[in-house]
Design a protein around this ligand. Structure first.
Ligand code: FES
Ligand code: FES
Length: 191
């Protein structure tokens, strides 16, 4: 019985088969590269860089993958752990949430630009002196956040340090030692 919805075979519209891709790829149409790029000029640890990059790249990935500065760590990549903390014009930022394209003419400082093996920054020395790390994965971000904490007036006591640095997580839970290190370094930092 015809229910009024089905079509007799002869009345169906002609169907065309999908054109198969040929092994030699000749039937493929050229796909344009639509990834826009931009060149960002900025200073990192005292060195000028002009880097052409995908407009979507983060500062974290640019530092690690283009400039070879792997001291800055990727923890969550979602702005929730603080492992990627660096300084932009002296202020602590999460590099995983910062688009590199937004950093034209800024000054970036990473853990590689803080102190040197011969002359550690007071915060680096304090982390050693207070045994403020276990695995060390969070430590670069902790130190960058800690320096900003001191500069920002957040190192008045252990409670204020914990409050200021609450977004910088340590899976090894070295928080008491980290707070001690920050307070120790606060009295020795000159900048
Ligand atoms: S990697 Fe940036 S906040 Fe976790
Ligand atoms: S020292 Fe291991 S995560 Fe902080």
């Amino acid at each position: 019985m015809n229910d009024g919805h089905s079509l007799a075979p002869e009345s169906r519209p002609a169907m065309t088969a999908a054109r198969p891709l040929r092994a030699d790829g000749e039937s493929r149409e050229a796909v344009p590269d639509i990834r826009p790029t931009v060149t960002t000029r900025f200073a990192v640890n005292g060195r000028f860089h002009a880097v052409e990059h995908d407009v979507r790249v983060t500062l974290l990935d640019l530092l690690r993958e283009r400039l070879g500065l792997t001291g800055t760590k990727k923890g969550c990549d979602h702005g929730q752990c603080g492992a990627c903390t660096v300084h932009v014009n002296g202020e602590a930022v999460l590099s995983c949430l910062t688009l590199a394209a937004s950093l034209e003419d800024v000054v970036v400082t990473t853990i590689e630009g803080v102190g040197s093996p011969e002359k550690l920054h007071p915060m680096q020395q304090a982390f050693i002196d207070h045994d403020a790390l276990q695995c060390g994965y969070c430590t670069p971000g902790q130190i960058m956040a800690a320096i900003a904490c001191v500069r920002d007036g957040g190192a008045r006591d252990a409670s204020s340090v914990r409050e200021w640095m609450s977004g910088t997580l340590c899976r090894c839970a070295a928080y008491p030692q980290i707070a001690s290190a920050v307070l120790d370094a606060a009295g020795k930092m000159v900048d």
